[in-house]
Design a protein around this ligand. Structure first.
Ligand SMILES: [Zn+2]
Ligand SMILES: [Zn+2]
Length: 156
C-alpha cells in the first residue's frame, strides 16, 4: 500500500460524503419545490435541482463505497461471517486463514498450513500435518516443531 494511494483514498473519503450530501440536499430541495409548486398549482422552478441532485447523490455514494471499501469489508467480516464467504474472491486465502485462526481464538493453529483446527486435535484436518506431538524426552504433549517447548530437547 503506497502513500499516494492512501492519500487518494483519504481525499475520496472526504469528497464522497460531501458530493453525496450535496446531491441529497439538491434532490430534497428539488422535491420540496415540486411539492410546494404543485400545491400552489405553479410550474416547479427548481425541479432541475432533482435532476442534478440524483446523479450527484449516486456518484457521491459510489465514491464513498470505493473509499470505504476496506472499512465496509472489515465491518462485514466482524458482523456477518457468512457474507464474507460469498465475497471470498476478494480475500486472499492467506487472509482467510488468519481470519479462521482469529475466529478460533488462535487456538490449535496448524504450524504447517496456518489453518485452525478443533481443540485437542493432534493432526491438521486441512493438510494432515502434526499439530501436537509427544516429546520423547519429557513425555509432555507439545506443539509440533523443532524443539520441545517444555524441556528444550530436540523433538524426534
Ligand atoms: Zn495444516
Ligand atoms: Zn520435552
Amino acid at each position: 500500500m503506497n502513500k499516494k494511494h492512501e492519500r487518494t483514498k483519504l481525499i475520496l473519503k472526504i469528497i464522497g460524503p460531501i458530493v453525496a450530501a450535496a446531491g441529497l440536499a439538491c434532490t430534497v430541495a428539488g422535491f420540496a419545490d415540486m411539492i410546494i409548486s404543485t400545491n400552489k398549482s405553479e410550474m416547479p422552478q427548481m425541479f432541475w435541482l432533482t435532476i442534478l441532485g440524483l446523479p450527484l447523490l449516486g456518484v457521491g455514494l459510489m465514491i464513498c463505497m470505493a473509499a470505504f471499501r476496506r472499512e465496509i469489508a472489515k465491518y462485514v467480516k466482524n458482523e456477518a461471517v457468512p457474507v464474507i464467504n460469498e465475497a471470498g474472491s476478494e480475500i486472499t486465502p492467506a487472509v482467510s486463514a488468519v481470519a479462521t485462526a482469529a475466529r478460533a481464538g488462535g487456538k490449535n493453529v496448524c504450524p504447517h498450513c496456518g489453518k485452525a483446527n478443533t481443540d485437542g486435535a493432534k493432526f491438521c484436518r486441512h493438510c494432515g500435518g502434526a499439530i501436537k506431538t509427544v516429546c520423547p524426552h519429557c513425555k509432555t504433549e507439545v506443539a509440533d516443531g523443532e524443539f520441545c517447548e517444555n524441556c528444550g530437547e530436540k523433538l524426534g
